[in-house]
Design a protein around this ligand. Sequence first.
Ligand SMILES: Cc1cc2nc3c(=O)[nH]c(=O)nc-3n(C[C@H](O)[C@H](O)[C@H](O)COP(=O)(O)OP(=O)(O)OC[C@H]3O[C@@H](n4cnc5c(N)ncnc54)[C@H](O)[C@@H]3O)c2cc1C
Length: 361
Amino acid sequence: MRKEVLVLGGNFGGLNAALGVKHELEGDVDVTVVSAAERFLFNPSLIWLPFGRRSPADITFPLAPTFGMHGVEFVHAAATVIDPQARVVHTTKGVHNYDYLVIATGYRNTFDVLPGFESADGVYTITTLEDAIRPGEEWRRFLDDPGPVVIGATQGAGCFGAAYEFLFDTAYQVKKAGLRGRAPLTYVTAEPFLGQSGIGGLPGGEKLLRMFCKKEGIQTVTGVAMQERAPGKLRLADGQDLHYAYAMIVPPFTGQDVVAAVPGLADDKGFVPVRDTYQSLAYPEVYPVGVAAAVQVPWTTAILAVCVMDAGANGVMILADRMLPPRKFGVMIPRPQSHLAKLMFEKYFVWKSRHGYVRLP
Ligand SMILES: Cc1cc2nc3c(=O)[nH]c(=O)nc-3n(C[C@H](O)[C@H](O)[C@H](O)COP(=O)(O)OP(=O)(O)OC[C@H]3O[C@@H](n4cnc5c(N)ncnc54)[C@H](O)[C@@H]3O)c2cc1C
């Protein structure tokens, strides 16, 4: 009898899992994807949205045709209750049974780490599509009436790469608009040193980022938590106030409520602890993938880490033998070609995903 595979979420993790399973087990499985988003989103390009270098249409595509092409049923709905005992998921559009459940529901922002953050005027984040649209409107106003800019990542944040990319992109845009003297930039972070990025940093990384910041005239404040946001002012835990006309802050991520609500499934951040096989610890027929999976730390899987960080018209190529320390080697190579590499990767990845060619690298 054919097995029912139900996938929650249709972005990086969900799209790859659904199409991968469908192709590997063709004939043995029926695959259904339930996704709260109707479109795939290439999140790494959100850094360019506020500056008009990308529109939402450039970095998204509709999921239904892609799944339809490969014989996967697509339901545009949000999962509301997961019942692993009964092996059913309730959604905003009905109930689905499963033999195997893939949880690929990713992350959501948590703003409560910084009182005043969510009710922001002039302080934004870019970590979801909806969030990244608003700072674009504000950026256009800012160009007419510039002032100090604060970019940073709060205590508990994990997505530091996006904060650094946005910082150097902002520096580039400020320079391009001829506003360098009128829009001083500050980077503020809970990281103990620049480039620590929650992964222990890379050899030479701090020095390189210091050099970049000095060249761009960026003031840096490290190892400090953010305490409170008031209009135009960010208060830090050491009592220092940073004044801003425009600010972008990366908050911490947690898992989705629907996952966190299942007894025994998720950790205290709503991410699901997994075994080496990516089965959940609590329910072996449940497979969390992507950001939804809480991988055991220290994560020492020896996969070559290749990362390209954008920096306006420049960029940095990061190479390491593994993502987390201890590493045998790790280097950061600054060069303008990295910016081009990032643009080409975006085009390739969106094309590949839109066609469902998940076996391509
Ligand atoms: C600004 C930014 C830049 C980044 N840059 C990079 C980079 O350069 N390189 C890199 O490797 N990573 C980068 N990342 C991280 C990368 O985007 C994530 O690792 C990736 O999005 C994780 O994919 P995912 O499928 O696990 O989750 P997500 O992309 O978060 O997708 C989850 C999906 O599940 C859906 N969903 C949520 N709740 C429900 C529900 N209840 N029911 C049904 N569906 C639901 C959501 O709508 C969404 O479509 C970046 C992230 C950001 C924010």
